[in-house]
Write a protein that binds this ligand. Structure first.
Ligand code: ACO
Length: 315
């Protein structure tokens, strides 16, 4: 069963970038009342990357975009659409996507930002692929990019251990029949907005409540995306989940009856990079040649809004 209408659209190239500076659990022990042992057992995280003072979200996005365009063999001048999913734009306006469009020299491309927190990349994929499937555009660059360190309160141990900076990018375009995106499942529940939001510039989170929501929604969104795609969980070759907490990912693997070897995990090295977590994990899996043509991929994420998204893709 194919729920997607129009031309088949898939991923033609991936890219990623993380800043050089590493913030370890040991470093955090010097900043707040916490321990490496607590962070590793409660979250699975060991270190995260932090942007330099003069680096902003568009700088990280630019590096990831260059790699994705190169891998897709697409000159920037031929790009028709740029979507940047971020909750840490360089400025309120112009959009980070417009800043990037100028730097890339992508003169033909329409450009806009999208705000759906950690689900932003999947929302971006859904929007861009629908515009290509309809025939409006031939290709699109979709990026998840964040400088969460700029909105993290490093005196709050409940949140500062979780977040990092980075960017992941994909180039979308037409693919052969039978390949590409097979389903999208997007959702939102604005009534839960108070559980995870920016307060006085910084991230505020009710960790326990977000955890409960995450476990539930990862399962239901994944199942719905699989159902729409007509694909059984046993057929999944690679799960690419949002990287919020290893325990949330382990619950998802249990429910999908998948071994950890079929999951892209990088939160131990990068923490939670919000909209950038999924595309960074995907780009790494691609770099490591973990994905073969015809493989069935499942993306699933959740975040502030509250929002969630899942998608099935045949590589
Ligand atoms: N170091 C040591 N102790 C800590 C720390 C820390 N860094 N942080 C909290 N604690 C303490 C708490 O104060 C609490 O102490 P208390 O019992 O004396 O009050 C104790 O540890 C246990 O706290 P819990 O909240 O029960 O810890 P939990 O097991 O729930 O783990 C965590 C907390 C890691 C935040 C977890 O709830 C979680 O991962 N939640 C989901 C987060 C998430 O998915 N966010 C995603 C979206 S982000 C976005 O959209 C930008």
């Amino acid at each position: 069963m194919d729920e997607m209408n129009g031309k088949p659209v898939g991923i033609r190239g991936t890219g990623m970038y993380v800043p050089e500076r590493v913030l370890t659990n040991k470093d955090l022990e010097q900043m707040v009342d916490t321990s490496d042992e607590w962070i590793v057992t409660r979250t699975g995280m060991r270190e995260r990357r932090i942007a330099a003072n003069d680096q902003s979200t568009s700088d990280l996005a630019y590096e990831a975009a260059l790699e994705a365009l190169k891998n897709a063999n697409l000159p920037a001048e031929e790009l028709e659409l740029i979507v940047v999913a971020t909750i840490t734009p360089d400025l309120a306006f112009p959009s980070t996507a417009c800043i990037l469009q100028d730097r890339l020299g992508a003169r033909k491309a329409a450009a806009f930002d999208l705000s759906a927190a950690c689900s932003g990349f999947i929302y971006g994929l859904a929007n861009a692929s629908a515009l290509i499937a309809s025939g409006m555009y031939k290709n699109a660059l979709v990026i998840g990019a964040e400088c969460l360190s700029k909105i993290t309160d490093y005196t709050d141990r409940n949140t500062c251990i979780l977040f990092g900076d980075g960017a992941g990018a994909v180039v979308l375009g037409e693919v052969p029949e039978g390949r590409g995106f097979r389903s999208f499942e997007l959702g939102a529940d604005g009534s839960g907005g108070n559980l995870l939001h920016s307060r006085n510039k910084y991230i505020y989170m009710d960790g326990k409540e977000v955890f409960k929501f995450a476990v539930k929604i990862m399962n239901s969104a994944a199942e719905e995306a699989l159902r729409k795609a007509g694909i059984a969980k046993s057929e999944i070759d690679l799960l690419v989940p949002h990287q919020a907490n290893i325990r949330i990912i382990q619950y998802a693997l249990e429910r999908l009856e998948l071994p950890e070897s079929k999951c892209a995990i990088n939160l131990d090295r990068y923490g939670n990079v919000s909209a950038a977590s999924i595309p960074i994990a995907l780009a790494e899996a691609d770099r490591e040649n973990r994905i073969r043509p015809g493989d069935k991929l499942l993306f699933v994420g959740f975040g502030g809004g509250l929002t969630w998204g899942a998608s099935v893709l045949i590589w």
